[in-house]
Design a protein around this ligand. Structure first.
Ligand SMILES: *Cc1c(COP(=O)(O)O)cnc(C)c1O
Length: 217
């Protein structure tokens, strides 16, 4: 299947409640245009510089999502256009996003990344830390940043049961936080290898790269 066929396949397969974020990191603009011409409008990248270059070159109705770990000194480069930042893991980062969004007279939506995997390499905060951020006076005062949900990455393993447990845990954190923070509506979980389990566990956003665009080098 080529890229356009993959996009169409996912559009048919995914429930209407689940958004497809096409993860195009390392891929050339021609590949993104193939997906775009098949109707895809949401693209995700994990490096600010690469996303900014692509934003400059590609059609302006693309919604750009930053899915990677963000360094605070890079926020200013994407602040004029980024739609959703998936992996926010500190109040300090949120403050910087708020500041740069304000400078650009816009609002930027964010997700808090919760650590659900066993591996040390995966970033993220605990459910308690997420609650602390949402309840903080500092966050309440931020006018240009909106935390609209949570994101998580499961352990990279063949053990489906473990992956399911981790996604179910994230879903339960999401439901608990929603009681006090009903503005949390998005749950970003699921990648090429585990998106089906993620959807069964309540994902509203899947981040799919290699199974649309092919393996990365
Ligand atoms: C690369 C990446 C993905 C996509 O991974 P695939 O396995 O290629 O689908 C999803 N989420 C994040 C945060 C990524 O960095």
């Amino acid at each position: 299947m080529d890229i356009a066929e993959k996009i169409k396949k996912y559009r048919e397969e995914l429930p209407e409640t689940v958004k497809l974020v096409a993860i195009s990191k390392t891929k050339p603009n021609e590949d993104l245009m193939e997906a775009y011409n098949a109707g895809q409008r949401i693209f995700g990248e994990n490096k600010v510089q690469e996303m900014t270059d692509k934003w400059e070159a590609l059609p302006k109705d693309i919604e750009w999502h930053m899915v990677g770990h963000v360094q605070r000194n890079k926020v200013k480069y994407m602040a004029p256009f980024v739609k959703l930042i998936h992996a926010v893991d500190s109040l300090k980062l949120l403050k910087e996003i708020n500041k740069r969004a304000k400078e650009n007279e816009r609002n930027i939506s964010c997700l808090l990344q919760i650590k659900i995997a066993e591996e040390d390499s995966k970033f993220g905060i605990s459910s308690e830390e997420a609650e602390e951020i949402l309840k903080s006076e500092a966050y309440k005062k931020m006018e240009n940043v909106d935390v609209i949900g949570l994101m998580g990455m499961a352990t990279f393993t063949d053990d489906e049961k473990q992956v399911r447990n981790e996604f179910q845990y994230l879903k339960s954190v999401f439901e608990t936080l929603k009681i006090d923070f009903p503005e949390l509506t998005e749950l970003s979980m699921g990648m090429s290898g585990d998106y089906e389990i993620a959807i069964e566990c309540g994902s509203t956003m899947v981040r799919i790269g290699s199974s649309i665009f092919g393996e990365r080098n």
